[in-house]
Design a protein around this ligand. Sequence first.
Ligand SMILES: [Zn+2]
Length: 309
Amino acid sequence: MSAACKMCGGARWARTFAARERQFALPGEFTYGECAACGSLQLLDVPASLGDYYPPGYYSFEVPAGGGPVARLKRASALAAVTGRGAVGRALGVLQPPPTAGMAHWLAAAGATPDTRVLDVGCGSGALLRAMDAVGYRDLTGVDPFLDRDRTVGRVRLLRGTVEAMDATFDLVMMHHALEHVPEPAETLRALRARLSAGGHCLVRVPVAPSEAFRRYGDRWVQLDAPRHLVIPNADALERLAARLGLALVERRHDSTAIQFWGSELYARDVPLSRADVGWVGKQRGRLRAARANRRGEGDQAAFLFRAV
Ligand SMILES: [Zn+2]
């Protein structure tokens, strides 16, 4: 295994381990390395046909625009996360954190106003941007290579493509749980930085190593998500790489959730995530453990707010 670490350039793996695809129980075995220098995890044998591991239904591009109760609840949940208000949304968010979870804090930290030019990289159906539209943000763009076509929903422009191919400038560029899926994370970070206005902010949310869940569950850790997660950065290494690219850290918060524990427990019992549930009690127990892990900086994912320098 001669590949270099994509976070730090290190050429030696402290150890390697095998992992299986466990979300859908697809066949195959994959090898991850743990960088001896920085502790990042990296898939060493990326399948040639990676698209085969994104079965229909992996991505949700459905826009919950209807008037039914589920669509209304989803919208309420997204709104509560962006504004920090709304009892129904908050209650739903506790049971199933939306993609917008925690956004009220990050928008405030980035000094966002209704005129802030916002780009969401890997936006999917644009759920977060549509929630921001609903609370008054006016300049909203999403880009995702898996969209079937460009479209406009309200004030949200959704573009089929990659950030590397864009040339507009934005005040806030976000990437929510997408950096771990790209083949060259340093190049993607460089592209995020290139899209920023002077003093603009960049929010990156990503699974990180080390964590309590990875230490405990190893190759059964649910957020390893072999082979879709190509690089899982060490949190400090990500900050150092970003600094080299002109992105200074403003704030890091571990924002891991219950699934790191209950999902990993399922995998430890060889149960695919797509075919089981642990029920309400199991999820509440996981929530408490996640909150403790986050406070110690050992949650299995984190949000990083950077500023262009
Ligand atoms: Zn490394």
